[in-house]
Design a protein around this ligand. Structure first.
Ligand code: DLL
Length: 402
């Protein structure tokens, strides 16, 4: 499969390091070796500087504003110079090419357009690659399915949960021309990947990013490897650190992702702590790209649930649920605190044609208990009973404050 910028994406590691060193020195006056000694930057600093306090260029030089979704507190504003937008489009074009898109491919973007970075990020990436873009944005799900059938999109870009919601509305899967999906903006598991691939008949690939660092395209999976997202290391230095001690962790160990931007003008950041937990590998990839790969994000430092003393990430519950054939891949977790202890209710959904009943609920609860040591209630509803998302799925309903 062709690579969008092979001269950069397949740079020998020694040359890549030389490039990174030069950029780090030029932008920040910092040597690569000194990086681990530098303090971390955190989201709170961006929030405190709301809206434009951290801009490193005059606002007139910024040609675009975006914002993080702000689900955990006040949104943070980010800004882009013309060069920032060009680099971002390159990164998203790389991601689309890694999924098999090329000049002339029809790309359907069902990430939300607006302050969220998903829609416009992938949109400009697709145009950069020379694709024909369908800027569907999120919402009106039946029409999404109709457009996919009628316009012959080959590549679908949206959140993994929204891909499933769209699949519900596809009347004739055989009429689809979809080859690949570029899915991200929320955690998802291998089980969800299989469910989406089965429902839409495409290769489902992971794309990762965050507004503070750029938006989608900080890293993306390739169709050949399908095993970890290549970090665009000519633009971003990546580290994985122990979330407690802040000490760097070796390849293969899960810790918190930390990024330093190497090319950004408007909002450069050194050692930004993402809160996202993943591991890194520098093992060669079948696609020929030399960039390190990050694993799936297994969770965030702040989304771990503690249910009666058991620590569990929503993604672990997803993995256990999706291994049960009677259940559809839709679920929601409700956490309440009626007394002193947190209580979890897993609300899941039966597949078409399956019947529920208390026996199956007890079986699912027992499975979760065995797999995760978790005590919780399970409620199984009919197909369609779990609310569908049009963007980032709301997996955890936290009613502890209510
Ligand atoms: O979600 C950017 C994006 C848009 C990425 C479209 C991919 C596709 P924010 O709204 O700032 O930006 O949210 C960033 O979303 O810190 C992660 O916790 C989560 N996230 C993003 N991509 C993934 C992924 C966009 N592939 C936050 N897997 C990040 C797991 C993801 N979590």
């Amino acid at each position: 499969m062709p690579i969008f910028q092979p001269e950069l994406e397949t740079l020998p590691r020694s040359e890549l390091e030389r490039l990174q060193r030069g950029r780090l020195r030029e932008r920040f006056g910092v040597e690569l070796e000194a990086l681990p000694e530098l303090p971390f930057r955190v989201k709170a600093e961006l929030r405190d500087a709301y809206p434009f306090g951290l801009l490193q260029v005059p606002l007139e030089e910024c040609v675009r504003i975006h914002a993080s979704s702000g689900t955990r507190g006040k949104a943070t504003i980010v800004a882009y110079t013309r060069a920032d937008l060009a680099a971002w489009a390159d990164c998203c074009a790389r991601a689309l090419a890694a999924a098999g898109a090329w000049s002339g491919s029809v790309v359907h973007v069902a990430y939300g357009y607006g302050l969220f970075t998903g829609g416009l990020g992938l949109h400009y990436g697709a145009e950069r690659l020379g694709c024909t873009v369908v800027p569907a944005s999120g919402g009106n799900t039946p029409r999404q399915a109709q457009l996919l059938e009628d316009l012959g999109a080959e590549i679908l870009c949206c959140t993994p949960s929204y891909a499933l919601a769209i699949a519900d509305h596809v009347s004739e899967p055989a009429r689809l021309s979809l080859r690949a999906g570029v899915f991200g903006a929320e955690p998802w598991t291998e089980g969800l990947r299989e469910a989406i691939e089965g429902a839409l008949g495409l290769t489902a690939l992971d794309i990762y990013g965050l507004s503070e660092v750029m938006g989608p395209g900080v890293s993306a999976e390739c169709a050949e490897g399908r095993d970890g997202a290549h970090v665009n290391e000519d633009h971003f230095l990546v580290e994985v650190v122990d979330p407690d001690s802040g000490q760097p962790l070796p390849d293969g160990e899960v810790g918190e992702l930390v990024f330093s931007t190497l090319t950004k003008e408007a909002l450069p950041l050194l050692r930004y702590r993402t809160g996202d937990l993943a591991s890194l590998t520098h093992e060669p990839c079948a696609c020929g790209r030399t960039f390190a790969r990050m694993s799936r994000v297994v969770g965030r430092t702040d989304d771990m649930l503690i249910i009666r003393g058991v620590n569990v990430f929503p993604s672990e519950i997803e993995r256990a649920l999706l291994a049960i054939p009677e259940l559809s891949p839709h679920y929601q977790l409700v956490v309440e605190r009626p007394g002193h202890l947190d209580e979890l209710t897993v609300e899941a959904e039966l597949r078409e044609g399956e019947c529920g009943g208390e026996r199956l609920e007890a079986f699912v609860a027992e499975r979760l208990g065995r797999a995760l040591g978790l005590t919780g209630r399970v409620r199984l509803g009919p197909p369609g009973s779990v609310p569908r998302s049009e963007g980032k799925a709301l997996r955890v309903l936290d009613r502890r404050g209510a």
